[in-house]
Design a binder for this molecule. Structure first.
Ligand code: ATR
Length: 275
């Protein structure tokens, strides 16, 4: 085994991942000269072999991204509470011949929220979760842990039902024609759908005319930094946040699991990443 401490992100596509830039920033800040973080293209078809091979090659741990988080959950020998609840793993740690799986997306989302937003817009308040795909699980769990009154809208209703079941959270499932009335009661809306990722694509799930002026609007999308969803919110002078801080905070939690150091998340890093 080499003396290098090797980590990586695996997934497909992984080419444009910002994770190496984040971890390398912290390696430099903490003078961790023997640490590396790569990106490795891995799909469903070679997932299990890739994990075993990287484990044998002496990697300390891996981040796992789309579409492998459920497979990483299945592959783990031991799981954190958040991984058990989301049935998804984004952080693997190879230790004592075993694979430990954690889900730092949940804590990443929670830590990305200003405390004032948690206290005034989420805790005991009506919150709307848009989407029921892979990235919605951690958000649902976080909102549930933060004691929100959760409503979920997804184009395919059945997936929203399954999402609640998977995470074991309580929430109301909204139909399309119930959205307008509900948004008038909500203080927090988070978009977890992929709508707006493609250039020119419009996220028209919410009619912003009905949204209250004190509602906090969050989009998991960070590229583009001003998504279609946030653009509409800004036009109505609403407070908004994109997914970049969550990305950095989930990375920080993974960094701590692997290296035992809680890295600094500051403006310098956010600016480097294009905030
Ligand atoms: P991810 O891992 O990014 O969550 P996903 O599991 O494919 O990817 O989920 C994509 C999410 O975006 C889903 O909630 C999806 O809604 P459906 O479950 O109905 O497919 C949502 N989404 C994608 N394109 C959409 C569109 N054109 N209109 C409404 N919702 C859309």
């Amino acid at each position: 085994m080499s003396s290098m401490t090797k980590t990586a992100v695996i997934g497909s596509p992984v080419q444009h991942s910002l994770s190496p830039a984040i971890h390398n920033h912290w390696f430099i800040e903490n003078e961790m000269k023997d640490c590396t973080y790569e990106k490795i293209e891995v799909g469903h078809n070679n997932f299990s072999e890739a994990i075993d091979s990287l484990n044998e090659q002496g990697y300390l741990g891996l981040n796992v991204t789309v579409p492998l988080k459920e497979a990483a959950y299945e592959k783990s020998d031991k799981l954190s509470e958040n991984a058990i609840q989301t049935k998804a793993v984004n952080t693997l740690l190879f230790k004592d011949g075993k694979i430990f799986g954690d889900n730092t997306d949940t804590i990443g989302f929670t830590k990305s929220l200003p405390q004032k937003v948690i206290d005034k817009k989420i805790n005991s308040k009506n919150c709307l979760l848009l989407g029921a795909g892979g990235s919605s699980r951690a958000i649902l769990l976080s909102l549930f842990q933060l004691n929100a009154n959760i409503a979920i809208y997804n184009r395919t209703e059945e997936r929203a039902v399954n999402l609640l079941k998977t995470v074991g959270a309580k929430g109301k499932i909204l139909k399309k024609d119930e959205l307008d009335d509900f948004v008038a009661t909500t203080s927090f809306i988070v978009n977890t759908t992929s709508l707006g990722l493609q250039e020119g694509e419009v996220n028209d799930l919410v009619n912003f005319v009905n949204v209250r002026s004190d509602t906090y609007i969050y989009d998991l999308i960070y590229n583009p930094s001003l998504s279609s969803f946030l653009y509409q919110a800004k036009n109505r002078k609403l407070k908004t946040q994109n997914g970049l801080k969550m990305l950095v905070e989930q990375a920080a939690a993974s960094f701590e699991i692997w290296h035992g150091i809680s890295p600094i998340v500051d403006e310098k890093l956010m600016e480097k990443l294009g905030a």
